[in-house]
Design a protein around this ligand. Structure first.
Ligand code: HEC
Length: 190
């Protein structure tokens, strides 16, 4: 008798918990299926070959205006970067550094160092402006990317970027990375 009543109490408690948890999940809005729209907001990566680039276009001229308004406060009017008092490094320089990669203190920028222009689009769309990431439209990201490339002498002043031509932009340091380990394989003598 004692045994079966204990079983009964446990059963009631179990059922009560299950119902309460299910109810709480509903009430707190957790645990629902991810909708395609929810997923799309996170699915924004762009690969080096341009896979994942969205529709849209933007010109160097449009990018000049956006850069002055949204980016220059931190990265400088000409993308020269800015010192931050008390901080090492400051806000990154985005322009220049060509021909310095084999020097003792190379200047690493988008222009001198980054191998793919598609990465610039991906990074700016995902992370910039630092104070309000993902606040720019795709057209604006194309435009401001075009302007950063123009400041690095990679695009002409009348340049326009879209999903088709961005992957074709050849970055100066594209071939400067070693993708295969050149050292010979050494087998162990077992
Ligand atoms: C509030 C300051 C701020 C603003 C505004 C801002 N940035 Fe940045 N930016 C940063 C900081 C800080 C970093 C470094 C972030 C890190 O290393 O995690 C950075 C890094 C970058 C880099 C990477 C540089 C490198 O060589 O690693 C790019 C490209 C860039 N920003 C572009 C932009 C563009 C384009 C805009 C305007 C749309 C912009 N940023 C607006 C602060 C800012």
């Amino acid at each position: 008798m004692w045994r079966s009543s204990r079983f009964f109490v446990v059963l009631i408690a179990f059922l009560f918990n299950t119902v309460t948890i299910a109810h709480a999940a509903e009430r707190l809005g957790i645990g629902h299926a991810v909708s395609p729209q929810d997923f799309a907001a996170w699915d924004i990566d762009v690969r080096a070959d341009g896979a994942g680039l969205p529709e849209g276009r933007g010109s160097v001229a449009e990018g000049r205006e956006i850069f002055a308004r949204v980016c220059a406060a931190c990265h400088g009017e000409k993308g020269e970067g800015k010192a931050v008092p008390g901080a090492v490094g400051g806000f990154d320089r985005l322009v220049g550094g060509a021909g310095t990669l084999d020097k003792a203190s190379p200047t690493l920028t988008v222009g001198s160092y980054w191998p793919y222009a598609t990465t610039l689009f991906d990074y700016v769309r995902r992370a910039m402006p630092f104070s309000a990431p993902q606040s720019l439209s795709n057209d604006q990201v194309y435009a401001v990317s075009a302007y950063v490339l123009y400041m690095n002498n990679i695009l002409p002043e009348d340049g326009v970027l879209d999903a088709k031509n961005l992957p074709q932009v050849k970055m100066p340091n594209q071939d400067g990375f070693i993708t295969q380990d050149p050292r010979p394989d050494v087998k162990s003598k077992d």
